[in-house]
Every structure is written in C-alpha cells, then in structure tokens.
Design a binder for this molecule. Structure first.
Ligand code: ATP
Ligand code: MG
Length: 327
C-alpha cells in the first residue's frame, strides 16, 4: 500500500481525486480554491466539491453558490456542494433502479433511519459520490474541500470498514470499486494543511499518522499556510539592527516626524513571529519524512478574496513548480 513518500512520480494534481484537509481555519478552502483555479488554467477540467457546503468557495471565487448538481463557475472549473441526502437519492436511482424518488417525505424518514442506524453510512455516501464522479470520468480532477481533522479519517476509511464488515454480496461489490479508486495512490491523494503554531502542527502530525495507520489513502503533501515571510535579507537585518540604536532613533526623530519606535516595534514583532514559526515548520517536516511540504506566506493587506486566491495560487506554483503535474 502507498505510504509516506511513495515513489510515485505522478504530479500531485495528475490524480483524479485530491482531498484537502486540516484543522479548522487553517486555510483548507482558500488552498482548494487556489488549486482549482491553477488546475483549470492549466487546462484541467476540474470539479471542486465543498463537503461542508458552507458556500465559502463561492464567496472566495466571487460566484453563485452551487448545489449538489455541479455548476460551471469559470472556464474548466465546476463547483458542487455535498449533500448526503441527494447522494443517497442518486445512489438509489443509479444502482438499485429505484425510480426517481419524487417526494422527499418518505425518503427523508428512510434516510434518517439509514444514516443513523449504521456507523459509516453518512461517510460512505460522501466518499461514494466522489468515487462515482471519478468513475464517470467527467472531470480530469476532483478537488475536495474536505472536513477537518478527525472526521476525514472516518470518511477515508469508510469503504475499508464496510468491506471488513460485509464479506459477500452486493454491498461488498459496491465498496470494492470505491476502494480501487480511493486506495490507489495514482488516483487519489490527500493534502494536509496546517498553520505554524503548536496545536495545528501537532494536529497535522497526528492526522498524517492516522491517515497512514487507519486508511490506505496516499498522503500526497503537506502545506504550512500563513507563514510569516522573511522580512529582511541578512544585510537588511544588520541595517535594521543599527536603526534600533537609541542614538539612531534620536537622529531620525529629528528629521522624520512620527513614531519611529512604533514602526520598529512592529517590524520586530513580525521578525519574532517568523522566528517562532521556524521550529514548528521544522518539526512538521521532520515528522512526515519524505512527504513534500510547501510553505505559503501570510498575505498582508490582501484586497479582494479573489486576490488572496490568486496570490496563494502563485505561491503554490512557485513552491511546487514541477510537483503539481508532469509535463
Ligand atoms: N495565506 C493566507 N494569508 C492570509 N490570510 C489567509 C491565508 N490563508 C487563508 N487566509 C484567511 O484565513 C481565514 C480562514 O481561511 P479558510 O476559510 O480558507 O480556512 P478553512 O480551513 O477552510 O476554515 P474552516 O475550517 O472554517 O472551513 C480566511 O479569512 C482566509 O481569508
Ligand atoms: Mg473551509
């Protein structure tokens, strides 16, 4: 089974299904949107699936929110919101040939019953829909703005869990093709996003370990987002140290009106933030061995949301020039 640092030479986005996960608020949705825009621009027919259906992707990309049915939001880029009830309805129609279940009343009750009766049903509906889209091959790439730490593991492990539970019959066959997609490192991969602070890095390492131990899904990459950029080169830092001499401040105060000390304190705080981030970044990198890692900068004074997406895309492309796709 694929493990950390698989020798697979395929580009990260040459796969059909890529999950983006991590702790709440680390930038999963922003990274997914940035990857989607990059992939669509590179000519890949791309579907973004928003699992939590909050509509954040639409807000970031300045488009109308989408429902379960994908809508084209720009050239080559499609958006859908996951909805487990709709996924069940689609499943019943396609696989069990239950005619279009017109009225939701009885289905809603059945759905509640099924979804709450057995563990893993909600999860398998999400994963099943995504794998079904891969099987249908309407898109080159499906990017999943996935649920955060914890829940994602049960989603990724759900076909394996069900196939261990049910050894024979239709259900077994149904999950077998999902496993073929989900647990094949040339088709499916996961990106874990973190920010450079103690808890998010610990959670990212724990999540990477759980993906490795509890699922057979390929861990493709880690992203440390919102990393304070290096403000100065070495010579600029020397110059900055000289500026902080009280004598220099006194002279400057004479020629430049304004609170120079406040500016210097602000710059020092930014330098300190960067220094604090470094050990966490190093811990993450050494903790995940050969899994490729990218650092994305904390963007200052970002104008529109679309600008954040564009800037993140540029940063990802700069970090992973030849890792996103081959040729
Ligand atoms: N590199 C960055 N620089 C500055 N701000 C950023 C960066 N990345 C994301 N943000 C901001 O951080 C906030 C959280 O980002 P985002 O919604 O993408 O995170 P998330 O992990 O999807 O959150 P949730 O778990 O709530 O879905 C947003 O306000 C976003 O604009
Ligand atoms: Mg989000």
């Amino acid at each position: 089974m694929p493990r950390y640092g698989s020798s697979n030479s395929l580009g990260l986005l040459d796969r059909s299904l890529v999950f983006i996960t991590g702790k709440g608020g680390v930038g999963k949705t922003s990274v997914t949107a940035a990857l989607g825009v990059l992939a669509a621009k590179a000519g890949k027919h791309t579907l973004i699936c928003e699992v939590d259906a909050k509509g954040d992707i639409a807000r970031l990309l300045d488009c109308e929110p989408s429902g379960f049915e994908p809508t084209e939001i720009r050239e080559n880029l499609f958006l859908m919101s996951m909805n487990t009830e709709e996924a069940l309805r689609e499943y019943l129609r396609i696989y069990l040939r239950v005619p279009v279940v017109a009225k939701l009343g009885p289905l809603a009750r059945t759905f509640d019953f099924i979804a709450n009766a057995a563990p893993g049903v909600q999860e398998i509906l999400v994963v099943g829909k995504l794998c079904y889209e891969v099987k249908e091959a309407r898109y080159d790439l499906i990017l999943v703005d996935a649920t955060s730490t914890g829940h994602i593991v049960s989603q990724l492990a759900s076909p394996k869990g069900i196939s261990e539970l049910v050894r024979l019959g239709m259900v077994k066959d149904q999950v077998a093709w999902m496993e073929d997609i989900l647990y094949d490192s040339s088709k499916t991969s996961v990106i874990v996003v973190a920010t450079p602070a103690e808890t998010p890095i610990n959670e990212a390492l724990e999540l990477a370990g759980r993906i490795d131990n509890e699922t057979d899904v390929h861990l493709g990459a880690l992203i440390v987002n919102k990393v304070m950029p290096e403000l100065f080169s070495r010579s600029e830092e020397e110059f900055f140290t000289l500026l902080q001499d009280p004598k220099a401040i006194k002279v400057l105060n004479k020629v430049i009106p304004g609170d120079i000390e406040l500016l210097l304190r602000g710059s020092n705080a930014a330098l300190e933030m960067r220094r604090c981030a470094d050990p966490y970044v190093e811990r993450l990198i050494s903790g995940v061995g050969t899994v490729p890692t990218a650092l994305l900068p904390l963007m200052f004074g970002v104008g529109s949301r679309m600008k954040l997406v564009r800037d993140l895309g540029e940063a990802i492309a700069a970090e992973w020039d030849d890792f996103l796709w081959q040729g």
